[in-house]
Each structure stands twice: as structure tokens, then as C-alpha cells.
Design a binder for this molecule. Structure first.
Ligand code: ADP
Ligand code: MG
Length: 209
């Protein structure tokens, strides 16, 4: 039986997962975690509810350098609910010295700005509010080394393509890019083609339920 440790996740993080009741990686986690740890760009397609969130969160947490105080990882997700959910999962597994900020509309901007100036390692955001910070100059993405497009099909369906492209334009050359989606439409594939470098494509079979 494969464990998170077999996939390259450190013992401490594996134990955190265990204490949350997660012992066996889901198939999409098993396929993607080693590739992300290796630094590969990844296109991952797997149906809703198959554990895509931890598939990118675990290797991100593993690779954050807490000695550096700039934003190293960005997760862009289509809705406020998803941003809250991802942040909650992240807080369950990360150490206290990793600083995380959720950025979405309807929240106090000043509070977000204050948090950002204090040094944030991982940002989980919806596109609109993130662009707002980029335009104000309160968030810099030039040093981002890990960039996740979560639920890419939903993101494009809502009409966030221009916002996502404007965000990607603010990132630097150091970017490892990961695209996660329940489906890979033509539009999603075209986005991936433009912004991912030699991506490994992982497609999980859809189970009949
Ligand atoms: P998706 O993004 O693919 O729709 P989520 O990442 O939201 O799926 O995960 C769906 C549910 O599965 C969540 O409640 C999550 O906590 C749970 N889950 C994730 N990984 C595991 C695992 N390895 N073992 C058991 N449950 C898991
Ligand atoms: Mg998801």
C-alpha cells in the first residue's frame, strides 16, 4: 500500500496527514505529488471529490522555504468558498512558521494589505481581488516559484480567463505551473498550452457512480 511518505512527503507532514485521518493517497495524489516535488509542470484532470486540493498543497508545503519572507506559492481558485476551503485544508497540515493569506472579495482590503506587508509565503486567492492587490502594488509575484490554477474549467466558465492571464503576466520566469481541473475542455487545454512548460498530463478515469 502506498503512503504519503512513499511519494516523497516528509515524515512530519505524513504524520500530520495521519492525525487528520488521511493515510492512503488518492489516485490523483499518487500520480501528481512526486512530479510536483520534482518541479515539473503538471496538468491534472480528475473528477470532483478525488482529493485534488491536497495533491498540490502537500508538495507546496514541502517546498516552502520559511527563511524567505516573499510569496513563493500562489493558488488561484474560482470562488470565495473554494478559497476558504483550500485555506482551511492548508492550515490543518502546515507548520506555524508558514504564513498563509486568503485573498477574496468582500473582505477588508486594509487587513489584507497589513498581512501582506508582514511576509506571506502562500496566497490562496480568487482572481478579482488578487488583481486588485497587484494593481495597488500591495502584492508582488515576481518571485513566485509555484503557481496553481485550481478548478481551471470552472475558472474559465465563470469568465476569469482575462484576469488569470493578467495575474500570470505578473509572475517571473521561476514559475512551476500546475493546472488542476475536473474536465479538460479545449479552452482549458489552450490555456495550459500557453502557460505551462513541457507539462506532464495526468488524466484519471472517471468512475461511474
Ligand atoms: P477535488 O478538488 O478533487 O474536488 P477535494 O480536494 O476537495 O477534491 O477533496 C475531497 C475530499 O476528500 C475532502 O473532504 C478531502 O479532505 C478528502 N481527501 C483528500 N485526500 C484524501 C485522502 N488521501 N484520503 C481520504 N480523504 C481525502
Ligand atoms: Mg478542488
Amino acid at each position: 500500500m502506498t503512503t504519503f511518505k512513499h511519494l516523497g512527503i516528509n515524515e512530519k507532514l505524513t504524520n500530520k496527514m495521519k492525525s487528520n485521518g488521511f493515510v492512503t493517497p488518492t489516485p490523483i495524489q499518487e500520480q501528481t505529488i512526486p512530479l510536483i516535488l520534482e518541479g515539473k509542470d503538471v496538468i491534472a484532470q480528475s473528477q470532483t471529490g478525488t482529493g485534488k486540493t491536497l495533491a498540490f498543497l502537500l508538495p507546496i508545503v514541502e517546498k516552502i522555504n520559511v527563511e524567505e519572507s516573499f510569496v513563493q506559492a500562489v493558488i488561484v481558485t474560482p470562488t470565495r468558498e473554494l478559497a476558504i476551503q483550500i485555506t482551511a485544508e492548508l492550515k490543518k497540515i502546515k507548520d506555524d512558521d508558514i504564513n498563509v493569506l486568503a485573498i477574496y472579495g468582500g473582505q477588508d482590503v486594509e487587513r489584507q494589505i497589513k498581512k501582506l506587508s508582514g511576509g506571506v509565503h502562500i496566497v490562496v486567492a480568487t482572481p478579482g481581488r488578487m488583481l486588485d492587490h497587484l494593481r495597488r502594488g500591495t502584492l508582488q509575484l515576481k518571485q513566485v516559484s509555484m503557481f496553481v490554477l485550481d478548478e481551471a474549467d470552472q475558472m474559465l466558465h465563470i469568465g476569469f480567463l482575462p484576469d488569470v492571464e493578467n495575474i500570470l503576466a505578473e509572475t517571473g520566469p521561476n514559475r512551476q505551473t500546475m493546472l488542476f481541473s475536473a474536465t479538460l475542455s479545449q479552452q482549458v487545454q489552450s490555456l495550459a498550452k500557453r502557460y505551462l512548460t513541457n507539462p506532464v498530463v495526468i488524466k484519471m478515469k472517471t468512475e461511474n457512480i
